[in-house]
Structures are given as structure tokens and as C-alpha cells.
Write a protein that binds this ligand. Sequence first.
Ligand code: SME
Length: 160
Amino acid sequence: MAEELLVSTSSDKKEKYNTLIPQVEALTSGEPDLIANLSNIAAALRQTMGFFWVGFYLVKNNQLVLGPFQGPIACTRIDFGKGVCGASWKEKRTILVPNVDEFPGHIACSSASKSEIVLPAFKNGEVALVLDVDSDRLNDFDHNDQVALEKVMRHIEKLL
Ligand code: SME
């Protein structure tokens, strides 16, 4: 794996992701352990993008269970269809929430979270895990985040 993470100083989000994504691939190459890889991906995302909370929930026995993350402590288990994470799992799609107060059933792990994006990764057509990114600012995620983070998810699928 790469030992140093190059962090773009650009204020352009797209530019930051362009620097990050090839490094995510390098960071996980040759390492077969999923938890080790997800841990470094969460850290790389936090370090380069400055996210308030970023982490994974893994599908285990019909629940989402907290996995590697960076940020304040979080809820450990989420049921199918519940919250933004459970909805992303159920609907098998990325969900972008500009204002968490307007998302019915949003699970507030931290009252500081204001906007959120959740993306699923698939194994054999089923959701294996989701990536959850929270911001302490309203409307902080856009199409650029979705496109770039979906690339990260397609890479994670190769590690599953
Ligand atoms: N807000 C999420 C729960 C996870 S925490 O934000 C880390 C949800 O509604 O699914």
C-alpha cells in the first residue's frame, strides 16, 4: 500500500476527488482484509475531504452494523429501511439528503449533522455495505460528491 497520502490543497471539490481516487486504489492494493481496507478508505476520505463524519455500515444478519469510521461516536445498528442508511440499503441506491430534518425517519447519531449522502456497495446483486458521509453544514453534498463516491464504491466492490 501507499504510505503517504497526497492531499490536494485545491478548493475545488472535483480536483480533491481526482487526487484522492487513484490513491484509494493504491492504498488497498495487495491487502485482502476488508476491515483494514475500509479503515484506511474512511481515514483517507476524512483526511482529504475534511468530512465531519465518514464511515461504513456492513450488512450482518439483516441489520446494518457500524464498521470502520472517522468522526464522533455513532449508532451501532440500523434496521432495514430505517434512516437514510437503511433506506439506501432497501432502495439499493445512493441517497443525497440536503437537510436531514426534512428526511422522514432520519436517525440523528449527532445533532450536529445537517446534510448527508449514503451510497451502497453490492455483492452478487445485494447490498453488502453502505458508505455514510455526514456534514455539519446544510446542503453540503452535490452531484460531484455522488459521482466521485460512487467510483469509490465500485472500487470497494472489487474488495468484497
Ligand atoms: N444518519 C444516519 C445514521 C448514521 S449516522 O449519521 C453516522 C441515518 O439516518 O441512517
